[in-house]
Design a protein around this ligand. Structure first.
Ligand SMILES: O=C(O)CCC(=O)C(=O)O
Length: 428
């Protein structure tokens, strides 16, 4: 599948409402791809035999992302769909028994059923997304994570057979963007916040700096239905990983808890000629991406929920940077005696100066807040409005999430557990 390139302002895509220090800008038209300015992130483009062609391996390293068709099929995803349906059945039943909902909408398929349930229970998608242990307890997802054909492909990209599964894995349930939400999420209506829309970021920003120079190969795939560009697809800034560093991020300040690249950082990417490329993905296809390539989740203007999974792999001998989940699970090795076990290695150690909530970006956020206040007027008013919205949407959804947690507490883990004790390693 071809990615469709749309030259429109990346800042206009921003959902997180990063504290803006400038007006909206449009990305420059015409330039394609950032120059290779990065030192120290040279990855071999030589590919061992595997499912990707040499051209695809090259494209992944050049662009920072790659849409791949024909390696998985729709049938490969059926077990995951069935597991999600079973899980949702049990959750809806528990919500019904507890009086949280009146209608379990059992007759609907995954995509529209979640839409109907989330109308009544806005905390439901987030509660499912947020429960990583329930995700890694899904046998069928774990099987996909270590599927030999995917590991063959990852081995081509990492140029090593010593492959670990990174602990950042998400089941995302991206309900339709509220019709009243604008692209910047700046309306002062907590119900209009698109809580599942991910602002522009580099994945590395969520981890400790120790992992900035580790190549992590992310995979993002729809698991229920095709994802068209306007159905909550991802958009990548082509070549943005070749800056070779993690650019400054701020708290999105809109109730989502996400991080967002600063306007200055986006300006730097724009000046280097990086352009956004929207990537619609058909069921059975997927996008691979580098942990330093900037990307965002586009709004879901469809009428159904986008169910997707994203997970990551990296070389076992590189820092993973995750201090609050777990470490790596080794999935493959050249050692003939290697026997895969669902046991995660150690967490990274959080340096004392890294704050709990914003990771390493607390200082940048404070600095921007001070700058906005100093500027007074529109910037300060915007910040104030965003903080209010943040608080209101947290309150609204938080109350709903608590009800979901209470009603479903006996269900954990929701799906069949992995063969060994992988999910035991996680903190609930
Ligand atoms: O699924 C989305 O909307 C965002 C995914 C993402 O940003 C990621 O997997 O890093």
């Amino acid at each position: 599948m071809q990615c469709r390139r749309r030259l429109r302002g990346l800042i206009a895509h921003l959902s997180g409402g990063a504290i803006s220090t400038g007006g909206e800008r449009q990305l420059a038209r015409g330039a394609v791809g950032c120059p290779a300015t990065a030192a120290g992130r040279v990855h071999s483009s030589a590919s061992s035999a595997g499912p990707l062609s040499a051209a695809q391996v090259e494209q992944f390293h050049t662009d920072g992302f790659l849409v791949v068709d024909g390696i998985l099929s729709v049938d490969d995803l059926r077990p995951i769909q069935r597991a999600l349906e079973r899980k949702l059945d049990r959750i809806a039943d528990a919500l019904l028994q507890s009086g949280v909902i009146e209608n379990p909408h059992s007759e609907l398929p995954l995509e529209t059923r979640m839409e109907a349930l989330a109308q009544e229970v806005p905390g439901l998608p987030g509660a499912l997304h947020g429960d990583r242990s329930a995700v890694t307890a899904m046998r069928d997802l774990c099987e996909l994570w270590r599927a030999p054909v995917l590991l063959d492909m990852v081995e081509q990209l990492l140029a090593t057979p010593e492959i670990g599964a990174h602990s950042v894995i998400n089941l995302r349930i991206r309900t339709a963007t509220p019709p009243t939400a604008d692209d910047g999420n700046t309306l002062l209506d907590p119900a209009a916040v698109d809580l599942h829309r991910v602002p522009a970021h580099q994945d590395a920003a969520y981890l400790l700096p120790e992992a900035d120079n580790t190549l992590q190969v992310g995979i993002w795939l729809p698991v229920a239905a095709d994802v068209p560009a306007d159905g909550g697809a991802l958009s990548f800034l082509r070549g943005g990983h070749r800056f070779g560093r993690c650019l400054p991020h701020l708290s999105a300040q809109d109730g989502t808890g996400f991080l967002s690249l600063t306007d200055d950082a986006l300006g730097e990417l724009e000046a280097a000629g990086c352009v956004p490329v929207d990537c619609p993905v058909a069921l059975g296809s997927f996008v691979l991406f580098n942990n330093l390539v900037p990307h965002i989740g586009l709004p879901n203007h469809g009428s159904s929920t986008r169910w997707s999974v994203d997970m990551r792999w990296q070389a076992m001998d590189r820092p993973h940077g995750d201090d609050h989940n777990s470490g790596l699970v080794q999935l493959r090795s050249a050692d003939p005696d290697f026997k895969m076990q669902w046991v995660a290695g150690p967490k990274a150690t959080r340096p004392p100066e890294v704050s709990e909530f914003l990771g390493r970006w607390g200082e940048v956020t404070q600095e921007h807040a001070a700058r906005a206040e100093g500027e007074g007027g529109a910037a300060a008013a915007r910040r104030e409005a965003q903080l209010e919205l943040h608080a209101a949407s947290r309150e609204r959804v938080g109350a709903s999430t608590s009800k979901v947690k209470e009603a479903t507490k006996d269900l954990l883990p929701w799906a069949s557990a992995c063969p060994a004790r992988f999910w035991h390693e996680h903190e609930l």
